[in-house]
Design a protein around this ligand. Structure first.
Ligand code: CA
Length: 226
């Protein structure tokens, strides 16, 4: 999960970075509205935390321009206390949520999770064809030619993470952090075993995988055009 933080106050930026990284998110920054918009338009983040009061281009303008350019990445606005009116404008401009400074870390994390969950549901509401299987991520169901295929919750989560990062290299560390979270007993060997199991279910020939590829020295890559 990649989060972009657009914030001009260095202390706020650092505080957010440390805490979000601790939670297992990958964090990138922009220090003003202009460079923030540029990064948002790269469309590679799962979420944007966007300050409203920014140099060069305000958070509102960034938000509006991002949506005008078809960017669907969820955006949480950071507004200052007393800027009640800002919140309404922000949501009208296409922000997904807002949070008022000063806020507690717990509150922010809860908002982040809620927004990610919502955006996730929108993106994963369809039946997606991955290899031999038709996957319905919203209900964690998998079918092969109409017959239900048993998959564990973890297998679904792994498959979903690979699919959300399809056509990109995903390291074993990414998988450890994002699929297994804080489970300290998971090793890269566990991940490899899960990949073997997934391949048996989705690949036409598990010994010659075409969907979940091994990227030597790095990890894995899911090839998918859906
Ligand atoms: Ca600011």
């Amino acid at each position: 999960m990649k989060i972009l933080i657009v914030e001009d106050e260095p202390s706020m930026r650092l505080g957010l970075k440390d805490n979000l990284e601790f939670e297992g998110y990958e964090v990138e920054f922009a220090e003003d509205g202009e460079s923030g918009l540029k990064k948002i338009l790269e469309n590679k983040h799962n979420l944007v935390i966007l300050d409203v009061m920014l140099p060069k281009l305000s958070g509102f303008d960034v938000c509006r321009k991002a949506r005008e350019n078809g960017i669907k990445t969820p955006i949480i606005l950071l507004t200052a206390k007393g800027e009640e009116i800002d919140k309404v404008i922000g949501l009208e401009l296409g922000a997904d949520d807002y949070i008022t400074k000063p806020f507690s870390l717990r509150e922010l994390l809860a908002r982040i999770k809620a927004v990610l969950r919502r955006s996730d549901n929108v993106k994963t509401d369809d039946v997606i064809k991955i290899g031999k299987l038709e996957i319905h991520f919203a209900t964690y169901n998998a079918f092969e030619e109409g017959t239900q295929v048993q998959m564990s919750h973890k297998e679904f989560e792994l498959l979903k993470y690979l699919w959300q990062n399809k056509n990109k290299n995903v390291t074993r560390d990414d998988l450890l952090k994002n699929v297994w979270g804080q489970d300290v007993f998971t090793t890269t060997r566990t991940i490899d075993n899960f990949i073997v199991k997934l391949r048996q279910k989705i690949e036409a020939d598990p010994n010659d995988p075409k969907v979940i590829l091994t990227v030597h020295g790095i990890g894995y890559k899911m090839i998918s055009f859906v």
